[in-house]
Ligand binder design. Structure first.
Ligand code: B3K
Ligand code: ZN
Length: 859
């Protein structure tokens, strides 16, 4: 297959002024009539080439005249009309089979209802159309269906509805805003609806509706509340007002990813919408709030201003992630949010950058755009916007945003056009900054310092370099904002944060008037997405760990100390004295009255095993890392046993459940204590943990008790797991947790258990949530067992990829990544991983999605 290249972009030579769609819904034979009012806009006599896949073409007419077979051509991916008038109406009629569609893209069925997912290229499986984001059209949609599907929804405003013969009925929708096809949506089904309203800053009333499975309405209230807060926040933080009179969200169980921002009709994976205290954890509440906001924010960053082509994906995704992270920081506290965002960035994006799938935030070629909905486009894309704000300052940043919204409203545009707005409003030359979009890889920054006591001068030596990534053997220096502050050896603040812009390979900065030998606090707030190495001694890190006023760096110092101890032990050189000192300092941090429980919970969580793999010297040995990490956990659990038990008791709440950040923070700390105590499972601790689990009255506490018992293993594990299953067998979202917790079981027998779970009657590989709960969770979050020396873990994953690829290529492709990192592991493991990739690669009928990732992983 031929890759698509950014350099080949050409505008579509026709405008589709209006799009009229008529759906006659039926599970296995839905008919779609499309009437496109088309005007030639390009010069010459270009043929009309429309995308269309898996469609049964029934008829095609131009201005009411049926075309004869020699006037058009159809192949597996296109409908071509070589000669057309300059202005005309093209009408096609096709038949499709939503019931058989297990790829979950285009029009498909989930739990007896019809729903759509069009981004990026699903619309072409619904009808013939120029399925590309730069073709904007005004849509009107008529849906006809059986009375058993009472709600018939599409984008925009409902303008008519009524009944038809034979117990059927219809609805007519008109969306006044021109949009690309990827934002089209349709839902038809039996749903419960929760209704509310929001008055915008200009005083318009917007009706809000969330549609869910019958009986689930009470679980939609948190999403609704999040939506209203997001709408208000976007008015205040970005001056953005909602534009239609109606905003709808629908929850579906079978969905390839999180959620989708279709104009006026967002469609959500039910796991990111439905929540109540009994069935959802605090992490679920937090994600729901963030994703509801994210999809809503897309209305401006994505929908009103969309992407010219899919290479510009970060234009909407990076910016929108930045917006949702800023929203969450305002809702839940900036420090805790930043730590969580950075943790996710490192775990997912830094790993991507370090492997065969590394690509720039704006890539220049792809085979399947579905494969580019990556942590790099999303999370690193957001980091770029964050740096832009740091470099320009909040005020100039906001001015640039305002100009962007004003200038490009209604357009499909590019990253260049976006950056140009900031250049213009700030007067700063951002041409070097643009390299952040074009260059892949995580820059390595080193910072060393010399202190001249006599002259009171501190000299900072900064360097950067970026390792080669596929297709980019040499790298340019990037402008990296490095926020630095100084502390005294006693932990007093000596100098406030200053941002040094490192924009060359190396530079030196002189700070005068530094009256005593300082401790450097660098990259405060994680001011740039880089790997920082300094010449700090452990004693400096302990100063930061106990006293840095930048709480991000306080947390970071603890993580670095723990990481170095774990890596040393994994390398066969344990530092027992250092481990004791670390446990002691951690204990001090945990009794700090001034620190929030949520922050303490983060201090208590050690670097994860996947993170350690990435940070360890190659080749990595996942089992050694697991054992070294466990050894540190045991030491902490013993050294701080009394304190952990005390906190575990103090953080227990007896009152009514609140999803607030404050209450969630207390639960997080209590659960972090439970997790740590499970490393030392003597009778007292075991009794405490069983008590925790059995007395839990909300899902956060229940999971917080269950996972430690699973880790301890034996009878306590079996009893807890079976009780959990019995209670929740009828709740799919909770059952996902039951699968996922078992796949993260660190005990050596886990692979057999995971394989056995694929035969459990509740395991449904066609449901992406369930599949990921078992398979991805095992491959990504249980490295010690996934990397079993026999290669059985790899074989299991490869088998799953091949099975799922037959019906859902997009989801199958998302499972490839854990195998792709084979170069980072010990050679015997790496060879076995590679072998499985090769087995997949030669499989006949592989999808383009899986083929692209497997091929890239092997080269
Ligand atoms: N824009 C969608 C993602 C679509 C993924 C298509 N493979 C959700 C989001 O980022 O908001
Ligand atoms: Zn998005």
């Amino acid at each position: 297959p031929q890759p698509i290249r950014l350099a080949d972009y050409r505008p579509f030579p026709f405008a589709i002024e209006t799009t009229r769609l008529v759906f006659d819904l039926s599970p296995s034979a839905t008919r779609v009539r499309a009437e496109l009012a088309i005007r030639r806009t390009g010069d010459g006599d270009a043929p009309l080439v429309l995308n269309g896949e898996r469609l049964k073409l029934l008829s095609v007419t131009i201005d009411g005249q049926a075309l004869s077979a020699n006037q058009y051509a159809v192949d597996a991916e296109h409908l071509t009309v070589p000669e057309t008038p300059d202005q005309f109406v093209l009408t096609t009629e096709v038949e499709i089979d939503p019931l058989a569609n297990k790829a979950l893209t285009g029009l498909y069925m989930s739990g007896g209802r019809f729903c759509t997912q069009c981004e990026a290229e699903g619309f072409r499986t619904i009808t013939y159309f120029p399925d590309r984001p730069d073709v904007l059209s005004r849509y009107s949609v008529r849906i006809e269906a059986d009375g058993g599907l009472p709600h018939l929804l599409s984008n925009g405003n409902l303008v008519d509805q009524g009944s038809l013969d034979g117990a059927r009925h219809f609805a007519e929708w008109v969306d006044p805003f021109p949009k690309p096809s990827y934002l089209f949506a349709l839902v038809a089904g039996d749903l419960d609806v929760v209704t509310d309203s929001f008055v915008t800053m200009s005083g318009r009333e917007v009706a809000l509706k969330i549609f869910v499975d019958p009986g689930q309405a009470s679980r939609a209230t948190y999403a609704l509340d999040s939506l209203k807060r997001a709408m208000k926040w976007d008015e205040e933080a970005f001056g953005r007002e909602y534009d239609l009179d109606l905003f709808m969200i629908v929850a579906v169980r079978d969905f390839n990813f999180g959620a989708m921002e279709n104009k006026g009709l967002n469609i959500f994976n039910s796991s990111l919408l439905l929540a109540d205290p009994e069935t959802a954890t605090d992490a679920d509440f937090e994600r729901i709030e963030a994703v509801v906001a994210h999809e809503y924010f897309h209305n401006w960053t994505g929908n009103r201003i969309t992407c010219r082509d899919w290479f510009q994906l970060c234009l909407k995704e990076g910016f929108t992630v930045f917006r949702d992270q800023s929203f969450s920081a305002d809702m839940r506290g900036a420090v805790v949010q930043r730590i969580k965002d950075v943790r996710a960035l490192r775990a997912r994006q830094f790993a991507e950058d370090a492997g065969p799938l590394a690509h720039p935030v704006r890539p220049s070629s792809y085979l399947k755009i579905d494969n580019f909905y990556t942590a790099t486009i999303y999370e690193k894309g957001s980091e770029i916007i964050r740096m832009l704000k740091t470099i320009l300052g909040a005020e100039a940043f906001r001015k640039g945003c305002d100009l962007y919204f004003e200038r490009h409203d209604g357009e499909a545009t590019t990253v260049e056009a976006f950056i140009a707005c900031f250049t213009e409003t700030s007067g700063q030359d951002l041409s070097d900054f643009f390299a952040w979009y074009e260059q892949a890889g995580t820059p390595a920054v080193t910072l060393t310092s010399d202190y001249d006591a006599q002259a009171s001068v501190l000299t900072l030596n900064l360097r950067q370099s970026t390792a080669p990534t596929p297709g980019q053997p040499t790298k340019r220096p990037l402008p990296i904002p490095v926020a630095i502050g100084l502390l005294s050896q006693g932990g007093e603040s000596l100098r406030d944060t200053e941002v040094v812009l490192l924009d060359k390979d190396a530079m030196t900065v002189r700070w005068e008037g530094v009256a005593q030998p300082p401790v450097l606090s660098a990259l405060r707030g994680f001011s740039a997405p880089v790997n920082l190495t300094t010449d700090a001694r452990p004693s400096d890190r302990y100063v930061l760990f106990s006293a840095d006023p930048d709480l991000f760096n306080r947390w970071e110092a603890g993580q670095t100390l723990a990481r170095d101890l774990i890596l040393a032990r994994a390398a066969g050189a344990p530092d027992e004295v250092g481990e004791e000192r670390y446990a002691e300092a951690l204990g001090q941090a945990l009794v700090d009255e001034a620190a929030e429980p949520a922050f303490k919970a983060l201090l208590l969580s050690l670097p994860s095993e996947p993170d350690l793999t990435l940070l360890s010297e190659e080749p990595a040995d996942p089992l050694a890392l697991h054992e070294a990490r466990d050894a540190l956990r045991i030491r902490i659990a013993i050294h701080l046993g009394d304190l952990l038990r005390r906190l575990h008791g103090e953080m227990q709440s007896s009152g009514e459940f609140s999803p607030s950040a404050e209450a969630a923070g207390r639960r997080a700390l209590r659960n972090a204590c439970a997790d740590m105590l499970s490393a030392d499972p003597h009778d007292e601790n075991l009794t405490r943990l069983v008590g925790h689990y059995e007395a839990s009255r909300n899902m956060t506490d229940m999971i917080g008790g269950l996972y430690p018992l699973v880790c301890i293993g034996g009878e306590a594990r079996e009893k807890a797991l079976s009780a959990f299953y019995d209670t929740w067998a009828a709740e799919p979202l909770v059952l996902d947790k039951w699968f996922s917790i078992q796949s993260r079981d660190p005990n050596p027998d886990v692979l057999d258990r995971v394989v056995a779970l694929t035969r459990h009657p509740a395991f449904e590989p066609t449901n992406p949530n369930r599949l990921r709960a078992l398979v991805s969770a095992f491959a990504s979050f249980n490295p010690a067992r996934f990397h079993d020396p026999s290669g059985a873990g790899y074989r299991f994953l490869a088998d799953q990829i091949l099975t799922v690829d037959k019906f859902n290529p997009m989801t199958a492709a998302r499972l490839v990544e854990p195998l792709g990192a084979w170069r980072r592991y010990k050679s015997d493991l790496g060879a076995l991983m590679r072998q499985e990739l090769e087995r997949i690669a030669v499989h006949p009928d592989l999808s383009k999605n899986v083929l692209e990732l497997v091929t890239k992983s092997l080269t």
